[in-house]
Ligand binder design. Structure first.
Ligand code: SF4
Length: 260
């Protein structure tokens, strides 16, 4: 998929930011928000001189809320950004470089303990701001994984936060990416994870929407393969059901997942 998408879309040059701290800001602000709105917030912060650690530190909370209003959820996002800076100051000498130098698993745990930080935000900060080899999963990857049958049903989450009881969990999706690139040299993982996430967002926006536009999608050949495998799996299941005492197998219907 990476190669097909890279051939179709070319280099994505992610993350759209000039500094690692801008990446951090963008990772918080983009939660439940379109990137266009984030850009307006970042412009407001830039105009106020608050697009740096020093600038954000000096900014009163109510002013921060006002500047990031275009991104929405300001009551949650403004204190969350302040909490990130407070953590950086208290534990890493106010230095993103020091944060990046700490063990990745410890930094991930610390980020996840902050208010307003879930796995997607934590991993986006780790990968795009700190340069750690950590894959990022999101709603677009979930749709692609489900529609292309990339995860077997037993690995799907039963957590209430999942989109449906049969939706893959965040960790299962991230692990899918990790395993897909396992044969590549570790030194290339940061760049591959960076590019793959950006490419899945690109195909998600252009094609893999709630109602998928598969006809002209660069991943359509892959989907046809998955559908063929699903059909042969269904045929095998039908055959196995006709035999008594054979354990039932479970498959997700591509037709039902594609109709969302
Ligand atoms: S739009 Fe269709 S072919 Fe493209 S990624 Fe989504 S399910 Fe696959």
């Amino acid at each position: 998929m990476h190669n097909q998408l890279a051939a179709a879309y070319g280099p994505q040059h992610w993350w759209p930011a000039q500094t690692p701290f801008e990446v951090v800001l963008g990772a918080y602000l983009t939660q439940n928000t379109a990137w266009k709105a984030v850009e307006r917030s970042l412009e407001n912060l830039r105009a106020a001189g608050a697009l740096t650690l020093d600038g954000l530190r000096a900014l009163p909370l109510d002013e921060l809320r006002r500047l990031i209003r275009p991104s929405g959820f300001i009551v949650r996002k403004a204190p969350a950004l302040k909490a990130f800076v407070a953590m950086l100051d208290a534990e890493f000498g106010g230095s993103l470089d020091a944060l990046a130098a700490a063990p990745t698993s410890a930094v991930r745990r610390r980020l996840l303990a902050l208010p307003g930080v879930g796995p997607e935000t934590a991993d986006a900060i780790l990968l795009y701001a700190l340069g750690a080899p950590v894959p990022v999963a999101d709603e677009y990857l979930r749709r692609i994984a489900e529609r292309h049958e990339l995860l077997p049903v037993p690995h799907r989450s039963k957590s209430p936060s999942a989109k449906s009881p049969r939706s893959p969990s965040y960790d299962a999706l991230a692990d899918l990416t990790r395993r897909a690139f396992a044969a590549d040299p570790p030194a290339r993982h940061v760049q591959l994870f960076n590019e793959f996430h950006a490419l899945t967002v690109a195909v998600g926006k252009a094609h893999c929407r709630r109602a998928p536009r598969c006809e002209s999608c660069p991943l359509a050949p892959d989907l046809r393969r998955a559908q063929k495998q699903a059909r042969s799996g269904t045929a095998a299941e039908t055959a196995s059901k006709s035999k008594p005492k054979t354990p039932k197998s479970r498959r997700v219907s591509l037709a039902s997942s594609s109709s969302r």
